[in-house]
Design a protein around this ligand. Structure first.
Ligand SMILES: [Zn+2]
Length: 246
């Protein structure tokens, strides 16, 4: 299974909601693109499903990890220029499934923020890279978010308690961008915003503090993405599949 060719991105986007499983998912995959959107005047918010309590290394006591990683994500968002960072409660790192409860919680987030575009992780596995992009939490959040975009957030009869108890009216997201999936074909040149992406990733000290070659690793990886999708040598890129949900 693979994605179809990307749609042409919408020209009139004002609000984007990024929905991911763990602190650092946005920053590794998409922060250069998000920084460009912020610079264009688009309002961007993050919705994190977990606080990454299964990540990090042995020197940090486990019970301190959720608060530490939440703080790291907030610092990373500040480096990109994103002010709104929300975390769901009740989901543990490593155990996320595309459950009805998760669909309802993400649909609530969508109805609250009313984004034109949602960015999330691919629900399709990259068989050539099982580690990293195809973490089961990433696949689960991609699937639950896709279900929350259609039909849950736009259908008034889906999770009726959202409207009845919280006053959250139906909302139609018009476009979804998928990161970390197979055959991504929509390239974004992020050379100019790369320093902010690097700063954001360095804010995730518990995850990247030991990576002495982080800068070189990112430049190599993002340079390959750029050249693979036709950008000139010396450029850095992030890549997506863009799907119209109309
Ligand atoms: Zn992750």
């Amino acid at each position: 299974m693979s994605f179809p060719p990307s749609a042409t991105p919408l020209p009139d986007v004002q609000r984007v909601l990024c929905v991911v499983a763990h602190p650092d998912d946005i920053d590794f995959g998409c922060a250069g693109t998000v920084a460009r959107w912020v610079d264009e005047g688009i309002e961007v918010a993050y919705l994190l499903v977990t606080r990454g309590d299964a990540g990090g290394f042995d020197e940090t006591p486990r019970e301190q990890m959720p608060a530490l990683r939440e703080a790291e994500q907030r610092a990373a968002a500040a480096a990109i220029g994103v002010k709104q960072v929300d975390f769901l409660d009740g989901y543990a790192d490593g155990t996320v499934t595309p459950s009805l409860a998760l669909r309802r919680d993400i649909a609530a987030g969508i109805r609250r923020f009313r984004p034109d575009r949602v960015l999330t992780t691919s629900p399709l596995r990259r068989w050539e890279r099982i580690a990293g992009p195809s973490h089961p939490d990433h696949l689960a959040v991609g699937e639950a978010t896709t279900c929350a975009v259609y039909p849950d957030s736009r259908n008034p009869f889906a999770f009726p308690e959202l409207l009845r108890d919280e006053g959250l009216a139906p909302w139609t997201v018009r476009e979804v961008w998928y990161t970390a999936g197979p055959n991504a074909d929509h390239v974004v040149d992020v050379t100019d915003t790369y320093p902010r992406k690097l700063a954001a990733l360095r804010a995730h000290v518990s995850q990247t503090g030991h990576l002495e070659t982080l800068d070189e690793m990112l430049r190599e990886r993002m340079g390959l993405v750029a050249r693979g999708l036709g950008l000139p040598a010396g450029r850095l890129a992030e890549a997506y599949t863009v799907i119209s949900t109309g």
